[in-house]
Ligand binder design. Sequence first.
Ligand code: HEM
Length: 357
Amino acid sequence: MREFGVGKSSLEEHILEEIEEVADDLEKVKGEEITNLSKVMTTASCNNIHSFIFGYRYKHDNESLQQLIKAIEDIFSGPGTLSASGLFPLLNLFMIDDLKSRREGLSKLKKYIEKHISEHRELFDPDNIRDLIDMYLVAEKEESEQKSVMNPAALLASIIDMLAAGTDTTATTLDWSFKWMIQYPDVQKRCQEEITKEVGPGRMVRLSDRRHLCYTEATLMEIQRLSNTSILSLPHVAVCDTTINGFKIPKNTIIMSSLISVHLDETIWKNPKEFNPGRFLNESNDIINKEYLIPFSIGPRICPGESLARSELFLIFSNLLHRFEFSKVDPDDILSFEGVSTVTTSPSPYRLKAEPR
Ligand code: HEM
C-alpha cells in the first residue's frame, strides 16, 4: 500500500502535535483537580483520526471539532445505542427522541464528510498524497478499468465507521490508563524511570523508542487486559453449519465473542484480577504472553484500526508520563475499577491532578 503524508504531515507528527496540545491543556491546570480527562482524551482521539482521514487537525477549542464530536456522540448516544449496530432494531420504536438526535448526528456527519471529499477531488495531486481520502482517490483511478469495490458510498461509510469506532475506544482506554496510574504510583514511577533512561529529558518519545520501552509497553498491555474497553466483539454471523469445541453452531447464528473472558481466564493468567504489568515480561525484559491479549479481537474481522490505536496509545501515554506526574487529588480517594458499560466500557468518573515533572 502507498504511504501518505510528507514531512511534517506524517501521522506520527500529527499525533505528537496533538500531544503538545493535550500537555498545554494539562499545564494550564497544573496541580489543580481535573475531572474532565475523558473529554480531553476524546478530543485528542477524534483529532488524530480526523488528521488520518482529512489530512489536518484542529485546535482543541475549535467549534467545528466540538460539533463533530457532538455528532459522533449523538449517533451512539442513549439506551437504544445497540440498535445503531442493527442488533436490537425494535428498541428504536421506544426511543423516538434518541432516534431523532441519532438521525441528526448522522446527517451532520455525512454533510461534513461529503464537503471534504469534494474539496479533495478538486485539489487532488497524485504527487502529494495527504491522507486517507487521497489514497482512496488514487485507488479509484487505478481500479476504474477493472470491476472495483471502490465507490463513494463505501468511502463515506468507511469514514463514518472509523470516526465512530476509533474515537471513543481509544479515548476510553486512555481514560482508564491514568486511573490505573494514580492507583499504582509505583508502576507509574517505573515507567517514568524507563522513559527518562531510554529517551532522556530533552525530547518527546517516538514510535522508534517503543522497542526500548518494554516496561511501559507491558503496562499498557496490562491496562488493556484489565480495562476491557470492548467486552465483546461486534456481532458476527456463521456462514455455514459448524462445530466449535463440541458446540454445534447452525448457519446464520449471530455470535459475539467474549473478549473479557479470555483476559480474566484463570487457566491463562496467575491471579487474573491483580494489576501486574510484570506478567507480560520475562527475565530478560522481553514482552511475553501477547497472544493471550485480545482487546482488538482476533480473526479476519479483527479491529482494522489496531495499528493506529496502538501507536496513539503508546505515544500519548508515554509522552504524558514523560511530562507529568499524575496523582490522586486526595491520597484517601477510593477509586472503583468497575467499568460503566455502553457500547464501550469506561471508568466511572474520577478526579486526578497533573504536576509537570
Ligand atoms: C483502543 C482502541 C480500540 C479498541 C480497543 C478497538 C476494539 C475493536 C473491537 C474489539 C472490534 C470488534 C472486532 C470483532 O468484531 O471481532 C473493533 C472493530 C472495529 N474497529 Fe476498533 N478498536 C480500537 C480503535 C479503533 C480505531 C482507532 C479505528 C479506526 C481508525 C477502529 C476501527 C474499527 C472498525 C471500522 C471496526 C469494525 C470492523 C468490522 O466491522 O469488521 N478501531 N474494534
